[in-house]
Design a protein around this ligand. Structure first.
Ligand code: HEC
Length: 108
């Protein structure tokens, strides 16, 4: 109990060393559904911004006929509704990548 109280004080002081800090690591399995690789600049940005909360399965299950405005709305929805940490400046490149990789602008 004394240790617990000390730990609370330590946490309040921003230090967890009083009762011995334990470092825990968590190994996640490899993503079973990665984004489709692409030389488009939006690919790297999507890797950084679009697969932290869910895998690319969500993108793959969108209609392949989905046109650019659909992807634009989707990216904006991720930011406004789900608070995806997206830089406005990166959004056009991500939309371009999505429309050309998962949507109506895919190469035949
Ligand atoms: C902060 C977490 C978060 C990030 C980051 C995020 N999403 Fe999502 N996304 C969600 C959630 C939550 C749902 C599930 C919504 C639901 O079930 O209705 C979702 C659903 C989707 C769907 C499925 C269609 C739909 O409307 O539900 C697509 C496609 C999608 N996201 C694309 C993206 C793209 C593209 C990005 C990057 C620009 C992105 N997401 C980044 C949280 C996120």
């Amino acid at each position: 109990m004394k240790c617990l109280r000390l730990a609370i004080v330590a946490a309040a002081l921003g230090s967890a060393s009083l009762c011995g800090a334990v470092t825990k690591t968590l190994d996640l399995p490899p993503d079973p559904f990665p984004l489709k690789a692409s030389p488009l600049p939006g690919y790297q940005k999507a890797l950084a911004s679009c697969v932290a909360c869910h895998s690319a399965e969500y993108m793959a299950y969108q209609p392949p006929s989905a046109a650019r405005p659909y992807w634009d709305a989707m990216v904006k929805r991720m930011k406004t509704v789900f608070k995806a940490p997206l830089d406005d400046a990166d959004m056009p490149a991500i939309v371009d990548y999505l429309a050309r990789t998962y949507g109506a602008e895919q190469a035949p």
